[in-house]
Design a binder for this molecule. Structure first.
Ligand code: DC
Length: 222
């Protein structure tokens, strides 16, 4: 099991997918699960401060990720796609992800999915809380400016593309909530392999993780 954690837009998704492909492992993006519950809560008009209702929603609507790259999402009987990455869900998801009963329901599902191994799991608390026995824990980071620049570039060409300053402010706001919440805040596991991706390409990050896996394998064989 390989756990990859880090803040918003540190490159977890693209690195995790590439790594899973190279190793022929499954890939699980746990952020999509929090996004799916957020999408459902918004669709049903649930008040985001109603923690009990959010917990019940997560409890009663298992999230299923399907497709080779687990990029199609079923929440309850609803199939959701692109809207999970839209600005409405993105702006609300940190608030839903800090609710302990929501986390409990999703963490349980994540552990079941990872049980069989041969999987790359990406999120915020994978190495610290969800799968503390993972064979390798990676923590990716990059400066807020660099991360916001990546997200901003992805939005260019969209009909209502935001200003860079707005993306930067939203990136910092989400970092703040994710890092300071009481339940499972974003932080590296004590034994995490720390990688600052500011000056690295995706390919370079993947290569460094693969070398780390080789080192650990050799050390394990000794
Ligand atoms: O990685 P992402 O942007 O898709 O994550 C969406 C939100 O979900 C983000 O605010 C952090 C939260 N999250 C979490 O709390 N724990 C995880 N394991 C994954 C995501």
């Amino acid at each position: 099991v390989i756990a990859i954690d880090g803040p918003v837009a540190a490159g977890k998704t693209v690195v995790g997918r590439a790594l899973a492909q190279r190793l022929e492992f499954r890939y699980l993006d746990t952020g999509l699960m929090y996004r799916a519950i957020t999408w459902l809560a918004l669709r049903d008009g649930l008040p985001i401060e109603d923690e009990t209702a959010l917990g019940e929603l997560a409890e009663t609507h298992p999230v299923r990720l399907i497709g080779q790259e687990s990029d199609q999402v079923l929440v309850g009987e609803h199939q959701v796609g692109e809207e999970l990455r839209g600005s409405r869900v993105s702006q609300t998801v940190s608030l839903v992800a800090r609710v302990p009963s929501v986390r409990r329901a999703l963490v349980h599902q994540q552990r079941v999915l990872a049980e069989e191994g041969d999987i790359v799991v990406v999120g915020r608390d994978i190495g610290t809380v969800v799968l503390p026995d993972a064979g390798l824990k990676v923590f990716l980071s990059a400066s807020p400016e660099r991360r916001a620049r990546r997200r901003w570039r992805e939005t260019q060409g969209q009909s209502q593309a935001p200003e860079f300053q707005q993306v930067l402010a939203e990136t910092k706001a989400r970092d703040e909530i994710d890092s300071h919440r009481a339940d499972s805040p974003l932080m590296p596991a004590v034994d995490a392999f720390l990688l600052d991706t500011d000056e690295l390409s995706v390919g370079q990050v993947v290569e460094r993780i693969l070398s780390r896996i080789r080192e650990l394998t050799v050390a394990g064989e000794r």
